[in-house]
Design a protein around this ligand. Sequence first.
Ligand code: ADP
Ligand code: MG
Length: 620
Amino acid sequence: MELYMSTAEKHSFQAEIQQLLDIVIHSLYTDKEIFVRELISNAADACEKVRFLQSSAQEVRDSEAVLGIQISSDEAAGTLTFSDTGLGMSRESLVENLGTIAHSGTKAFLKQVAEEKKADASLIGQFGVGFYSAFMVADRVTVDTLSHAAGEAAWRWTSQGTGGYELEPSTRTQRGTEITLHLKEESRHFAKATEIESIIKRYSAFVPFSIELNGKRLNTVQALWTRSRNEIKDEEYNEFYQFIGHDHQPPLLRLHFTADAPLAIQTLLFVPQMNLESMGLGRVESEVNLYCKKVLIQPKAKGLFPEWLRFLRGVVDSEDLPLNISRETMQDSALMQKLNKVLTGRFLKHLDETATKDPDTYLKFYGEYSRFLKEGIVTDGAHKEALGKLVRYESSTLEAGTKTSLADYVKRMPSDQKEIYCLLAPTREAALNSPFYEVFSSRNYEVLLLQDPWDEFVVEHLDSFDGKDLRLAEKADLDLTEAKSPALNDEQASGLSKWLKETFGERVNEVRLSKRLVDSPVIAVDSNKHMTASMRRMMRNSKRDGLGLESGQCDFEINPSHPMLGQLEALRQKDAPLAAKVAEQLYDNARVAAGIVEDPRETLRRSNQLISELLTARQS
Ligand code: ADP
Ligand code: MG
């Protein structure tokens, strides 16, 4: 090495990488041993890539070299070496992979650490920055590598984790990569053969290449998914998941299934405990790898599942796949679509079964991942029916916090109820106090309480469930059963309605007698059958012009049984100008209740004026 010292070029790390390394070096104290998993995982990836190139008849250097991973430990020298016969790296890929933020995970990891105010070593692999975990235990790391591509020279990368890295020519003559860790004083115990052996065994049982420690074979290569379900233990599944998912927790859900028709498939799927998107990782990518007879065809295969199932991890192995097919053709091949259909259907069925057999686990899943299911309903009509079975909502007749399925709601429906009613409001209290709820409570109809703004689109796209229409409360066409004693007779009611329409002019589309109100005097309803106030609000918030409620787009309903309207009719006969002011105020109040008042200043001005007239009238 000294020989080349003079020719070593110095490079600095990109700022984010240096930041990441500072955290790795100074703040990660627990789970240090995961660096073993990460380095083995990288070596295995590199071997998989060679196997893929070979299976698709592409040229690689040293094509006869056996794919595998050799680890050696030297307790006296305090070093650990991970060597593989994988893909290797050219000078260019060394610079790109080990020093720049080629991975979006770097930023997400830094953000997570900043938010949690503590760093968690076990996250490092999940965020795709596993290589740097070497610096938890080593104060110097060298990487000697020779690329599979003919014409590339061997290179050595050296770094102490701070102050950048050096590049110089390497003496390596075989394809692949050798990573040497010069262990820190307090981490020297990792070079003890017994200790490193037990760690390797823990993390690498499922690596599909041979792993040797100091010349001794440690693992037996196996593809878990090809074995029969009843001979696999839970721990084996969990270890397998933890290895492929870089996760320190067991999975939340797993599905292992095999099918012969319409396609021969062996599949092992997992759902992580945590929704990584909600942890600030940005949009996650599906991590389901596609195999054909245990040969990796495509890591993170695109198109295998719909986008909205991108939180899945695992393996799909199908012997019906052609080995040497390019990724582009694969992605939209008919075969891929067929796989997608079968796999998605099977996974949704599994969710439904879990909901029945193990409701607690299902609700935990729903708590983490409901947004993905809703995305599926809104963006993908193909699985609407299966997804409809999976949504869960709070309801007016169940305790706060308890969620129901649509199927259970339908079972509870009284015989005279024809539709499924949903009310969207920011809180349970707001919903139950809303004028829109009055007609339902007086009829004893259960109402689903929706709180996520997305739910409105869910209702719209699901459209119906089990033959019953889903109906937003605002759009329900319901009569009150018990007729209340009216405060207005028919003639007065039609006179008042006509006068109100004249008073409001173009601002309202129609004034009519309400069939839905019990305690409220008036209500404003969107004239557009397909719109609701909250939808307009969302559109306005997303700054799309012209979608706010404009004049003539709302209907004004009055409650003929409410005493206030009897009094208004009487006032109109005596003092029409004052009655008009009161009517304006009622109009504004109704709009406030519906959440569609853009500028409340005019309302306040009028309200103050009314108060002042009231006070004057009382004094005179
Ligand atoms: P990830 O494995 O998630 O991509 P890492 O930080 O573990 O992230 O590794 C960064 C990159 O460095 C890898 O994507 C790969 O391109 C390269 N790399 C690391 N180790 C090896 C190796 N043993 N052989 C070939 N390339 C490697
Ligand atoms: Mg890695």
